[in-house]
Design a protein around this ligand. Structure first.
Ligand SMILES: Nc1nc2c(ncn2[C@@H]2O[C@H](COP(=O)(O)OP(=O)(O)OP(=O)(O)O)[C@@H](O)[C@H]2O)c(=O)[nH]1
Ligand SMILES: [Zn+2]
Length: 359
């Protein structure tokens, strides 16, 4: 029998969907005590904020879970679904993470992986049609999101104040894979909600990515129909007072979708390998089958089908991302050694835990 309580209509407002519920029923280890399903909406240093669809709760994470995630070079992220138990003192403890359906991470400069968001359905890649316009950056974002198994939509803001918007859109349409929707919007206008509606259904989770000034907050505010992000957020009074230092991360939208902010993406490096980059450049991947040499790098080999068909700038960008991914894979090997070490520690921890429970 399922020991995990969950209120589907309530939790759907913060992104619960059928796929996540399936996971809940097929967990390897069901909790033995009554427990609740909640979503991580914010992460602080030693504490997480959870939402049960109705209100927020401050919670701590069991050290055992932290260690076992660390052993897989992972950690909890905003958007994760977790199973919590409440003790006699009314404290909430996170004891289990449902395996994320999608996971967005970045690599810090030391090569370590920093989780950004979990269980995201769609990434809105926000870019201004003004000076912010940069097709290479957009390609980079498309590659990362696709590698993470997340649907990408290009949202071009400031269409209202960019005289050459038409040409820029045409340039993108010619350059990007055909299955990436390209939307031109005025983020200040309510009509934007209608344009984006197909991606905003109840139970959907979105993430907004883009450079500073691109119009992410403006878009989030318009979608949440509020002037102030603080009032559009999911926080309700839980007696804890308001955080002023950390930005809230998961916002509820009126139609039942929710949206995650990810601060600090300026230094975003892909946490993906070559296969991941190729997934974001499907056109190149498909053309490569027609190159004369099977291991063609599409640089100066004769009979290269890719060089013939792909815009030089897009191809240069592709080569650059592949180089970055290869460099990243080296640090991944170093990370593996570290992971093995943690695994050993984690196993010892689990054994101890079991012994204690048994005796
Ligand atoms: N005319 C027009 N102005 C826009 C549009 N989108 C954003 N702006 C303006 O552009 C400026 C920057 O927008 P923000 O929403 O703060 O940008 P941001 O991406 O959140 O920036 P950071 O918070 O620094 O990451 C603001 O002055 C907005 O009013 C748009 O579609 N049309
Ligand atoms: Zn080739």
């Amino acid at each position: 029998m399922l020991e995990v309580a969950f209120d589907y209509p309530q939790l759907q407002l913060i992104g619960l969907n059928q796929t996540v519920v399936n996971l809940l029923y097929t967990l390897d280890e069901q909790p033995t005590q009554p427990a609740a399903l909640m979503r991580v909406v914010e992460i602080q240093r030693d504490c997480v904020t959870l939402h049960d669809g109705n209100m927020e709760h401050a919670a701590r994470v069991l050290p055992w879970l932290i260690e076992s995630l660390h052993a897989h070079a992972s950690a909890l992220a905003v958007g994760d679904w977790v199973i919590t138990q409440t003790n006699d003192l009314g404290e909430h403890w996170v004891g289990q993470q449902l395996p994320p359906i999608s996971h967005l991470a970045r690599r810090a400069n030391d090569g370590r992986r920093q989780p950004l968001a979990s269980n995201v359905d769609t990434a809105l890649l926000v870019m201004g049609l003004d000076l912010d316009f940069n097709p290479r950056r957009l390609e980079r974002y498309i590659a990362f999101t696709r590698a993470a198994g997340i649907n990408a939509v290009a949202v071009l803001t400031k269409a209202d104040i960019s005289p050459d918007a038409g040409e820029k859109l045409a340039e993108l349409q010619a350059r990007l894979p055909a299955d990436i929707p390209i939307l031109a919007i005025n983020g200040l206008e309510e009509a934007t909600c209608l344009t984006l509606m197909p991606w905003l259904a109840a139970g959907q989770t979105l993430v907004v990515l883009g450079s500073s000034g691109a119009g992410k907050s403006t878009l989030t505010n318009t979608l949440s129909q509020s002037d102030d992000q603080a009032t559009g957020g999911v926080r309700k009074g839980d007696g804890r007072g308001r955080h002023t230092t950390t930005a809230r991360s998961l916002h509820r939208l009126p139609g039942g979708a929710c949206i995650i902010d990810t601060p600090g993406l300026r230094t975003w490096r892909p946490d993906t390998d070559e296969a991941g980059i190729n997934a974001g450049f499907e056109d190149i991947d498909q053309l490569a089958a027609h190159c004369h040499f099977r291991d063609c790098q599409h640089r100066d080999e004769p009979g290269c089908a890719v060089r013939e068909a792909i815009a030089p700038d897009r191809l240069r960008n592709y080569h650059k991302l592949i180089r970055e991914a290869r460099r990243g894979q080296q640090t991944a090997l170093e990370r593996k050694a570290e992971t093995a070490r943690w695994k050993a520690i984690g196993k010892a921890g689990t054994a101890r835990h079991r012994e204690k429970r048994g005796g």
